[in-house]
Ligand binder design. Structure first.
Ligand code: BGP
Length: 478
């Protein structure tokens, strides 16, 4: 046992999942087809392909998830046994608006989340809800091109309004778009589709297309924040940023400048959501590249008026970058600018393991955005094995212990305001980037393989009892 620090009273210890990765029941209760439903599983290091519609022979793991749509009461009971104060999930947009553009919402879908949030409340567990977690209605992609179109801004705001009005008495903490900044990896079509519903056209500049679509998504996010505060001023609406600090590979001044460029590029989304305006460097970057990004006066006003109440973020790992003579302008391009960091170990999926990076990222965001933070994802994907009904995931306990300790130092020693911690994931789920079940993150094991076969039985991993003690001691017993 490692001695940690007590977190402030009321600290929200919990766990996180996302609707499309757990619920399954992909056509139940009037639900429509989302982009998550047409993404086929890929190999360990290949992002998933997207089909125009599900085809008979392909494997679509989000069709079954872990059947949370039917098992949520029993799963939430297990979360309560661990001592959860909160539980993060998302509302599947297509359960509420199956195609995204209906005049009226789907009552069956609304009722499902009434029941889910009531089940949380029964145990005193606070729901933390992401409005869009990589699960945009497919129709809005195929008919309108996702956030290429201002029609999708309107569709998202209609969805947000229905959710805020329906659930504002049971859900106080919201986030608009999951990992909105992941589209900074614009050379990979997967993050563009997941975040903005953007499918690239060969004839266009994909970076310019990303900036324009991201702009409309940022406008949608800001307008949703303002709408929430109109409906219920007690609502707290956060950004959700994928925080992956990018270090200079050396102390060479040009490496340091390259890392500064990398960070400002990867996190300008947070600048807009927390500060309400675009950074000056980005407008000069667009001009230098000849990008014509349409920002109306009304957009600028919406961004200024719709700044977030807090910054939710995910943290898994850090990266590194170095200056290159063939890039004298220090233009950051994730696919080309990131280099391995030789000073940190890696997971089975090659993700760098760097607990100090969590404390670094928390300090960086606080100094830049001056908002309360919320760690809404942090976890270790691994191959877990069942031995005599037990799962000895000491590697996951070690990862979480090391990261929580750095998080607690950021709060107690650095004075950072932190609302809570919801590790990824409360329970084994379908991997977002690969569609695999074998990449397990959960504190609870689910007996199911990559093809959805298995009993679905839930088993408590060793990390279950460990995390139970962390929560019971409010972070002191690690
Ligand atoms: C983040 C997503 C989560 C989760 C996590 C782990 O990007 O917000 O949905 O999936 O990544 O990634 P993966 O499942 O690909 O290992």
């Amino acid at each position: 046992m490692t001695k940690g620090y007590q977190m402030p009273a009321g600290f929200l210890w919990g766990g996180a999942v996302a609707a499309h990765q757990v619920e399954g029941a992909w056509q139940a209760g009037g639900k429509g087809v989302s982009i998550a439903d047409v993404m086929r599983a890929g190999a360990k290091d290949v992002t998933r392909q997207v089909d125009a519609q599900p085809t008979g022979d392909a494997v679509y793991p989000n069709h079954w998830g872990i059947d949370f749509f039917h098992t949520y009461r029993d799963d939430i009971k297990l979360f309560a046994e661990m001592g959860f104060k909160c539980f993060r999930t998302s509302i599947a947009w297509t359960r509420i608006f199956p195609n995204g553009d209906e005049a009226l919402p789907n009552e069956e879908g609304l009722k499902f989340y009434d029941d889910l949030f009531a089940a949380c409340q029964q145990y005193g567990i606070e729901p933390i809800v992401t409005l869009s977690h990589f699960e945009m209605p497919l129709h809005l992609v195929t008919a309108d091109g996702g956030f290429r179109s201002r029609k999708v801004v309107a569709a998202f705001l209609k969805f947000a309004q229905v959710c805020f009005e329906r659930y504002h008495d049971t859900v106080k903490y919201w986030m608009t778009f999951n990992e909105i900044n992941n589209q900074a990896m614009w050379r990979d079509p997967h993050p563009l589709l997941q975040n903005s519903g953007l499918q690239l056209d060969d004839s266009e500049n994909s970076e310019e297309a990303m900036f324009q679509a991201a702009h409309l998504e940022l406008v949608a996010s800001a307008k949703a924040v303002s709408l929430a505060h109109l409906i219920d001023p007690t609502l707290q609406v956060g950004a959700m940023i994928a925080m992956t600090p990018i270090y200079p590979l050396s102390a060479k001044p040009k490496d340091v400048l390259m890392a500064e460029r990398a960070m400002r590029y990867r996190y300008y989304y947070g600048d807009v959501q927390a500060l309400g305006t675009y950074p000056a460097w980005l407008k000069r970057y667009w001009a230098r590249k000849g990008y014509a990004i349409e920002i109306t006066a009304a957009d600028a006003t919406a961004l200024k008026n719709g700044t977030v109440d807090y910054v939710g973020f995910s943290y898994y790992n850090s990266l590194a970058t170095e200056y290159s003579a063939d890039n004298p302008d220090y233009d950051y391009d994730e696919a080309r600018s990131v280099v391995p960091n030789p000073y940190v170990p890696r997971s089975d999926w090659g993700w760098q393991i760097d607990p100090v990076g969590l404390r670094y990222g928390m300090n960086w965001m606080t100094a830049r955005w001056h908002k309360p933070l919320f760690v809404v994802e942090n976890g270790y994907g691994a191959y877990d094995t069942v031995v005599d009904g037990q799962i000895h995931d000491d590697y996951r306990i070690a990862y979480l212990r090391d990261h929580i300790l750095e998080m607690e130092k950021a709060v107690v020693e650095d004075g950072i305001e932190l609302l809570g911690y919801t590790p990824w994931s409360a329970i084994d789920i379908i991997s977002a980037s690969t569609g695999e079940m074998k990449k397990r993150y959960g504190l609870i094991y689910v007996d199911q393989d990559d093809q959805g076969r298995g009993s679905g039985k839930r088993l408590k991993k060793d990390s279950f009892a460990w995390y139970q003690r962390v929560i019971a001691s409010n972070g002191e017993q690690l």
